[in-house]
Ligand binder design. Structure first.
Ligand code: PHE
Length: 489
């Protein structure tokens, strides 16, 4: 018998827990600010409705109908298509190797927050991050050896991940009952604190004031699509694996809507937290908001910590903030691992779950050592760029083609509707067969042209090649698998 989530709610917590991650806090608010403020909600919602939700339903349906993780599910559609599943879990596995490194930084900040007084980055948050924590080298070409403090923190993170997934959905199902609600509650605490700070309103104005002219910029649409993909944890085989532990008749459309709406709501709230704090920081340091604002690691590990250090009992809010980061990250991280474990487990039922999990986590830890060298941040940035711009997009295109054209969009929609009280119309077929592959293809071509014109971030060619190789490996493997007939067929 296949394992089951202990209830539908546990499945929803797990799916939402995977979707809600660092991206909600450090990507969504910044993108909104950068691309038209409140006006960004328009492309974001359009991308959600025509690409995100249709694909989320597709992934839920694949897992639930075929009762297998990504590799097994695509193989069940057609043996030669199993490479799509391999590409998906491979890309996801790469992501978790660096996602874990970010969690390792958070862990170090959390530990250092217990100063019960002035936090150690109070005087110079920037050099605390780049020098004290990362000990960053001068460039991507200089690896500079391992940073042992980070290695220890990374090991701690992987131990945590291991115990979340070691018994598959049995253990993950327990953990998500804490890791999904906790960051949501903490965000509300931070929101209340944020809104009562001086300058909060000014910061928030930068977040929500709409600039509709920005909608004419093609780049904004690309940004909206990639955010939707990333935030819903699509194309890494996660939602397929998670749904494969549901009984076949669970309501797919409602599950999709609940997951997507909760995730977006948390993103929007996170934006208010981030910009309230940015407004405060701008007011207290008398720096314009435009100079303080940023996204990504710079937001979470420089700007935010610095702003927290300016507050009364800053150490306490620092503790809250880094617990938020860790609890946001952990269920996203282990969802990626569970997608890999499920694929392996489907194929080799004889090996015990804890052993599979141990091997996968062990390899993840070793692979992730690259990101805790002194050049780790550069590699993280590079690998993230290539995986999210290519790996994800290719898998997205291939899965919509596989389901839309090979399996049959109509047949899949009939299955979805047979489980659901809200029925999908024929518009879903069009999204899967045409809109998604075409939109993603445009995305892909734009990225390729951009990357060929200017090497990403001006990194040296050897580094750029590493990026391309990471993307090409699964493509080549997928093509080979398409030519090699699977055993059972
Ligand atoms: N959805 C997560 C976020 O927004 C990131 C993530 C992507 C997690 C893909 C797992 C897989 O941060």
């Amino acid at each position: 018998m296949r394992d089951r989530w202990s209830s539908r709610m546990v499945f929803l917590f797990a799916a939402i827990g995977s979707a809600v991650g660092l991206g909600n806090l450090w990507r969504f608010p910044y993108l909104t600010y950068k691309y038209g403020g409140g006006a960004f909600i328009i492309p974001y919602l359009i991308a959600l409705i025509v690409i995100g939700l249709p694909l989320l339903w597709l992934e839920f349906a694949l897992g639930q109908k075929l009762q297998k993780g990504a590799v097994g599910a695509f193989a069940a559609i057609k043996g030669r298509l199993r490479g799509i599943g391999v590409g998906a879990v491979y890309s996801g596995f790469i992501v978790v190797t660096y996602y874990a490194a970010v969690m390792a930084w958070s862990l170090i900040y959390l530990i250092r927050s217990f100063s019960f007084d002035k936090v150690p980055w109070a005087d110079d948050a920037k050099s605390f991050f780049y020098t004290d924590v990362l000990n960053i080298s001068d460039g991507i070409g200089q690896i500079g050896g391992l940073n042992w403090t980070l290695v220890l923190a990374l090991i701690a993170v992987w131990v945590m991940i291991y115990f979340c997934v070691w018994k598959g959905v049995k253990s993950a199902g327990k953990v998500v009952m804490v890791t999904m609600p906790l960051p949501a509650i903490l965000l509300v605490v931070l929101l209340v604190r944020g809104l009562t700070l001086e300058g909060a309103a000014t910061g928030i104005a930068y977040y929500i004031t709409p600039n509709f002219r920005a909608l004419l910029d093609g780049e904004l649409w690309i940004a909206a699509i990639s955010q939707i993909f990333f935030t819903l944890s699509l194309a890494f085989g996660i939602m397929i694996a998670y749904a494969s532990y549901n009984k076949k008749s669970q309501d797919i459309t409602k599950d999709g809507v609940i997951t997507a709406v909760t995730n977006s709501a948390i993103s929007i709230v996170a934006g208010f937290v981030v910009f309230a704090v940015i407004g405060y920081m701008s007011a207290t340091t008398i720096t314009p908001v435009t100079e303080v604002v940023t996204g990504g690691p710079g937001l979470a590990f420089v700007v935010f910590p610095q702003a927290l250090s300016l507050m009364p009992v800053g150490w306490l809010f620092s503790i809250l903030f880094f617990v938020t980061l860790l609890s946001l990250g952990i269920d996203s991280a282990f969802s990626l691992v569970e997608a890999v474990n499920t694929a392996i487990f489907d194929a080799t039922k004889k090996v015990k779950k804890p052993i599979v999990a141990l091997v996968v986590c062990g390899i993840g830890l070793i692979g992730g050592l690259l990101f805790v060298t002194r050049a780790g941040l550069y590699y993280l940035d590079l690998v993230d760029h290539f995986i999210t711009n290519y790996g994800l997009v290719l898998v997205g295109i291939m899965s919509s083609i596989a389901v839309g054209w090979v399996y049959g969009a109509k047949k899949m929609r009939e299955f979805i509707n047979s489980t659901s009280s809200w029925k999908l119309g024929v518009w879903w077929d069009y999204c899967i067969k045409y809109v998604i592959p075409i939109a993603m293809l445009v995305f892909l071509v734009t990225s390729v042209i951009q990357d060929i014109k200017v090497p990403y971030e001006g990194y040296p060619m050897t580094a750029i090649w590493i990026g391309w190789i990471i993307v090409f490996v699964p493509v080549v493997v997928g093509i080979i698998l398409a030519f090699v007939k699977p055993k059972e067929a």
